[in-house]
Design a binder for this molecule. Structure first.
Ligand code: SF4
Length: 367
């Protein structure tokens, strides 16, 4: 059987840089975006043999803001990706509400996009302004309506941990639930010293309040029928994000575009985040071959983010040199009620999911 592959395509352009953003995102002119799409085509060409020998099952166009592309740029991108869409099990595009139009949604659907991930973040006008988002809550409703005309499966993102005592995040979740998405991702606000938001907030949320806010959101989502299948991700049954699961399962994924990351076999590599270099065809920034211990650490760090956990027997089979250590570690985490071992499945408990960093650090301390 052909090995499968997920493909990630990064579109780094945004209308305006949000005040908190630390992603590979930039504001660019239309002619720069045109040149970027040409560079992307050349980069894909360089992976022709890999792409033709694998079964491509997921395609994810992320950003930045892929919906920032004009209609003709959107069509150019989708034409570029069309050869890889024949056997897809999921084709996601990220979008921001302000740039979703009926024409773009029509193109996405015509080329097989079957899932749209929309950045709602907050439904509070004041917070949207502070975060530097350029859409309004009303525009979110409109964008969801436009997407639903052609594409059923929708993820909405929400940010919590905005300020101490803030309650707007709960109203934002109500707004999300009223739009009936199948998937919700909730992220804690990260405030970076070098981003403008750091100078705009007078007080930050402490870890206890952040924990409390997260679990209020979790309880509301669970009451609405969503299940937490990964640290920050909730879905209705059957709507878990297939492409994102590949990252947590360490399944092969090729990333193309500015700053994109790839894992192919034992090799991890990532692209430059400098646009001029990328446009000049100098794509790859860093590449490394993972050691057996690197792979083991990644298996725990990524696999245990998911409630479905990882296969204990496979872990021992693939890392025989560390089997004693793995057993010692698991016994300790089970005793602490952070992990549970049921048959061959090693999974985090609810406590373990909340303490995942500590759970992984404990393993590192044994190495
Ligand atoms: S829309 Fe997303 S990627 Fe773009 S600037 Fe805002 S946070 Fe960054």
């Amino acid at each position: 059987m052909m090995n499968d592959l997920g493909v990630y395509v990064h579109i780094p352009f945004c209308e305006k840089r949000c005040h908190y953003c630390d992603f590979t995102a930039l504001v660019a002119r239309d002619d720069e975006i045109d040149r970027y799409l040409e560079a992307l085509a050349k980069e894909l060409l360089g992976f022709q043999s890999l792409l033709s020998e694998r079964l491509i099952t997921t395609l994810y166009v992320g950003g930045g803001t892929p919906s920032r592309l004009s209609l003709s740029q959107t069509e150019k991108l989708l034409q570029l990706l069309e050869p890889y869409t024949g056997k897809l099990r999921e084709f996601t595009i990220e979008a921001n509400p302000e740039s979703v139009t009926a024409d773009k949604v029509g193109l996405w659907a015509d080329y097989g996009v079957d899932r749209v991930s929309l950045g709602l973040q907050s439904s509070d006008a004041g917070w949207l302004k502070t975060l530097g988002r350029i859409h309004s809550a009303e525009r979110v409703d409109e964008a969801v309506g436009l997407v639903r005309e052609r594409i059923d499966s929708i993820n909405l993102d929400l940010i919590y941990g905005l300020s101490p005592g803030d309650q707007t995040y709960l109203r934002s979740l109500d707004a999300i639930l009223s739009l009936a998405p199948q998937h919700v991702s909730i992220y804690e606000l990260e405030v970076y010293e070098h981003r403008p938001l750091a100078g705009m907030l007078t007080e930050l949320v402490d870890s206890d309040e952040s924990f409390e806010q997260f679990h209020r959101l979790r309880r509301k989502l669970e009451a609405a029928g969503f299940h937490r299948y990964e640290v920050s991700n909730f879905s209705l049954p059957g709507y878990e994000a297939k492409h994102n699961r590949r990252y947590w399962d360490r399944a092969d994924t090729l990333g193309v575009g500015l700053g994109a990351h790839s894992l192919i076999g034992r090799r991890r590599f990532n692209n430059t985040t400098e646009l001029p270099r990328y446009l000049a065809g100098d794509y790859i920034e860093q590449s490394e071959s993972l050691s057996s211990d690197d792979i083991l650490i990644e298996c725990l760090m990524l696999g245990l983010r998911q409630l479905k956990g990882i296969n204990y027997r496979d872990l021992l089979r693939e890392h025989p040199q560390r089997s004693d250590l793995i057993d010692q570690y698991i016994q300790r985490q089970v005793a602490l009620d952070r992990l549970e071992l049921s048959g061959n499945v090693l999974r985090p408990t609810r406590i373990g999911l909340d303490l995942l960093d500590t759970v992984v650090l404990d393993f590192l301390s044994l190495l």
